[in-house]
Structure formats: C-alpha cells, structure tokens
Design a protein around this ligand. Structure first.
Ligand code: FE
Length: 208
C-alpha cells in the first residue's frame, strides 16, 4: 500500500496510521511465521473485491430506493455516506456523481491512487496502474470498451480526478427491470467497478 501516498498538499505527509499499523502487523506476522504472504494476498483480494465495495453498494441501493437520501448524497456525499456509518481515513471528502442516460462519469487518480477506502475497500491493481491513470483521461471511451462497457455516442463521458482532498464516487444508473426489487436484492447488482465508473450495475438475474 506504499503507493497510497497523498499528493496535492500532502507530498510530505506521513502514511495514514491505518496503513502503518497494517504494515507493522504484516511484518510481525510474517517474521513469526504466523502468516504467509500468499494468504495475506488472499485477504487483500477479499477486501478489494468483496467486503470493501459492499459498503458502497449499500449507499447506492439506498440512493436508488430513497429519493430523499439520494438528494442528500448528491448534495453532500461525505455526510450522507456517514449516515450509513462509513467514514474515516481516505473517505473524508466524498463527492458523488450520478450516472444517467445523458452522462457517464468515471473516476481516476491521475497522480497516484486516491480512492475512497471506507466505501470501496482497497483499490484494484489496475486503478493504480500508469496506463489506466493516463488513458482514462486521454481516451475514456477506449478504456471503458476494454472493461466491456460501450457508452452510446449520445452520452457524455466525464472523467473525475480524485486527489488527497476530494474523492469521487459514482452513483451508477439503476438498471431497467429492477422496479420491484428490495434494497437487499439491489445491493447484489452494484459492482465495485460500477462505483468507479468503469462498469455498469448488473442486470437482475445475471451475476454481478
Ligand atoms: Fe492519488
């Protein structure tokens, strides 16, 4: 997680305490032979793909089913997300951008890998990669195509550059045919990538 240095006003800032604690714990456990790095990788993978993004999925499903919550979320992302209990390091200043038929938003951190940990967990490897960081800005539609997402020419694509002070979060478009679904069922349709904007929410019946 050493890539998660802050930028903007934070070049000389120390690593967040949580990162230092994780590193210290990992070193200690490895040294004592209590854990191997492959097992740790598996844990990281779980946080990256499963546990972490489920927090964000709850935010999205609530916004889809509760118009008043959605209004609060778009007006003040950090505050509305904190209502559900998700706040803290790397999630202090959240701005939520809504995907519609007219606008598709996607998020990048061009300088490093700023990412909203409390809602999405750990950033995926590709999010931190130089090709994604540069190409998301230069050719967002091309990048989206590589993720299997074809955005109609009539839909505007907006790219948001997260940084140490501000982290963007995409509210994906609610899929058609989900009118009768419960909040719990809707959560299952919200993928991590749909909240970064490199994916769309899943269709009911298909695995998200
Ligand atoms: Fe960054």
């Amino acid at each position: 997680m050493s890539h998660d240095h802050d930028h903007a006003h934070g070049h000389d800032a120390p690593l967040p305490e949580v990162v230092l604690r994780v590193k210290a714990l990992e070193a200690l456990l490895t040294e004592k032979g209590l854990v191997d790095t492959a097992a740790l990788d598996a844990i990281v993978d779980t946080y990256e793909k499963k546990i972490g993004p489920r927090n964000g999925a709850q935010v999205v499903a609530k916004a889809w089913t509760d118009p008043a919550y959605k209004a609060r979320l778009l007006a003040d992302g950090s505050k509305a997300i904190a209502e559900l209990g998700y706040s803290g390091v790397q999630g202090e200043d959240m701005v939520v951008v809504e995907n519609t038929a007219q606008v598709h938003n996607m998020v990048v951190c061009t300088l490093c890998s700023c990412y909203p940990w409390p809602t999405l967990g750990l950033p995926p490897v590709w999010y931190k990669s130089a090709p994604y960081r540069s190409r998301a800005v230069i050719d967002p539609r091309g990048v989206l195509r590589e993720f299997g997402v074809e955005i109609p020419a009539t839909t505007e694509v907006r790219v948001w550059d997260s940084n140490a002070e501000l982290r963007y979060f995409v509210l994906p478009e609610r899929p058609a045919g989900t009118e009768g679904l419960s909040e719990a069922a809707l959560i299952e349709l919200v993928t991590r990538d749909s909240m970064i904007g490199t994916g769309l929410a899943g269709k009911p019946g298909a695995t998200a």
